[in-house]
Design a protein. Structure first.
Length: 143
């Protein structure tokens, strides 16, 4: 705060009843979403969803064992392969086909429910999350 009276650009002191200047008009070439980098924001959202899925898949192995689920080498291999596929897709999300690969990953996770029902439950949850990510991507990137 300054000690003296507020000055307007013309150098005249502020008078009672003078209203502050209106905010500047938004730039005409801005994005409808208001984001500075909409592609980066969408990429970050997709990457966060897939990384969270990777962590849940890898951390689900031990609790399944503790609950007495008989995990075969095939089941553990499928879980690890799905987690690694998610990491590869994260690295490729800047390419348009990677978003389709993410959808295929969700379908494969639901199909892994034939190995154990909990994998289908995780697949359904992350499939719904992925559907939301795709919806946000569509809304933000359609200017």
């Amino acid at each position: 705060m300054s000690a003296g009276p507020e000055q307007y650009p013309a150098g005249q002191p502020a008078q009672r009843g003078d209203e502050p200047a209106a905010p500047p008009a938004p730039p005409e070439q801005g994005h409808r979403s208001g984001l500075r980098n909409p592609r980066g924001a969408v990429h970050g959202l997709g990457a966060a969803a897939l990384m969270f899925e990777t962590l849940v898949l890898l951390l689900a192995i031990q609790p399944m064992r503790a609950l007495g689920v008989e995990l075969t080498g095939v089941t553990i291999g499928v879980i690890v392969a799905l987690a690694l596929a998610a990491v590869v897709i994260i690295a490729m999300l800047k390419r348009p086909w990677a978003w389709h690969a993410g959808t295929v990953l969700q379908v494969l996770l639901i199909l892994a429910g034939f190995l154990h029902w909990s994998l289908a439950g995780v697949g359904i949850m992350f499939g719904l999350l992925w559907a939301y990510v795709l919806h946000v991507r569509k809304v933000i990137l359609t200017d």
